[in-house]
Design a protein around this ligand. Structure first.
Ligand code: FE2
Length: 265
C-alpha cells in the first residue's frame, strides 16, 4: 500500500499546486491513498472553508487532517460532523465537534488515520501520550486496521520524536505537521514505523512559513503598520512523504520525502 501524506496546504498557492499536480504525482508514484493537512488552506491561511474542502477532495485527497486552526473558518462547523473525510485533532479538549480519527476502506484494506495535536507551545489540549494510548486500545494494527497513519500537529521537534518512538511498531507511520519547515530525518524506526519530524508545507516557500515575508518582518519589528498575517501568493512547492507500507505487517517498507515545485527560486 502506497500512502502519500502532504504537509500543510497553505493558502491559495498551496491549493493551486495541489489542484494542478496531485493527479500526476499520484500516477507517477502509484499512490493508493492520499492524506493532506488542510488547516491553513483558507484564503487568509487560517482554517479551511467548505469550498477548500471540496477543492482538495476533488483534486484527489482522500482524507484531510487539521490542527490548531481547525475552527478558524466557522462554516466548517456545518460539515465537520458529517464529512468523514475531514478530521480534527483527536485530543482537543472534550466536547468539541467532529472526529479525531477515521477508518477508511481502500483495495479491500482498512486504513486508520489519526490526527493529534501536541501539548507543548500549543493551545490547551488533552494529554498527547495517554490519549493516543487510549485510541490505540480501540485501533490495533492488523486487527482493527491494516494500516495506521498518524499526523501529529505540533510545534516542537522533541515531542514529535518522542511520540514516534512511543508508537514504533504499533502504527505504520508518524509524521509531524504545523511548523511548515520540512526536516531531513525521514526514516524507519527500529520496530518498523515510518517517521519524519515535520513534512513541511505545500505553499510558497519565498515567505515566512508560508506567510507574506515583508509583513512578517514588520510584525517581528512591532511596526504599527503590520497587518494580520496573510499567505505569500507566489508559486508553491509540494512537500510531503510517500510511505510504502507492507500489506502483511502493516509496517513501513520505506518512507521517501517529496519536495518539488518552485521552492527557493
Ligand atoms: Fe498549525
Amino acid at each position: 500500500m502506497k500512502i502519500l501524506i502532504l504537509g500543510d496546504i497553505c493558502g491559495p498557492s498551496g491549493i493551486k499546486i495541489v489542484k494542478s499536480k496531485l493527479q500526476d504525482l499520484k500516477k507517477e508514484k502509484k499512490i493508493d491513498f492520499t492524506i493532506a493537512n488542510g488547516e491553513n488552506a483558507a484564503e487568509n491561511g487560517k482554517g479551511i472553508t467548505k469550498k477548500n474542502f471540496k477543492e482538495l477532495i476533488d483534486a484527489g485527497v482522500d482524507v484531510i487532517t487539521t490542527g490548531n486552526h481547525v475552527w478558524d473558518q466557522k462554516e466548517i462547523l456545518e460539515i465537520i460532523d458529517k464529512e468523514k473525510k475531514l478530521i480534527r485533532p483527536a485530543n482537543l479538549l472534550e466536547g468539541q465537534p467532529g472526529n479525531g480519527y477515521g477508518i477508511y476502506k481502500i483495495k479491500n484494506k482498512k486504513i486508520a488515520v489519526i490526527n493529534l495535536i501536541g501539548n507543548v507551545f500549543m493551545k490547551k489540549s488533552q494529554d498527547l501520550f495517554s490519549f493516543t494510548e487510549k485510541i490505540l486500545k480501540n485501533i490495533i494494527l492488523k486487527k482493527d486496521a491494516d494500516f495506521i497513519v498518524v499526523d501529529l500537529h505540533g510545534e516542537i521537534t522533541s515531542e514529535k520524536m518522542a511520540l514516534g518512538h512511543y508508537l514504533d511498531g504499533k502504527v505504520t507511520s508518524v509524521v509531524g505537521t504545523h511548523t511548515h519547515v520540512p526536516t531531513s530525518d525521514t526514516k524507519i524506526l527500529k520496530k518498523g514505523t515510518a517517521y519524519q519530524t515535520d513534512i513541511g508545507m505545500c505553499g510558497d516557500y519565498d515567505s515566512v512559513i508560508g506567510m507574506n515575508k515583508e509583513n512578517s518582518i514588520k510584525k517581528f519589528k512591532k511596526d504599527p503598520t503590520a497587518k494580520s498575517h496573510f499567505p505569500a501568493k507566489g508559486k508553491a512547492t509540494i512537500s510531503g512523504v510517500v510511505v510504502d507500507a507492507d500489506d502483511n505487517t502493516g509496517l513501513a517498507n520505506s518512507i521517501n520525502s517529496i519536495f518539488f515545485g518552485n521552492n527557493f527560486k
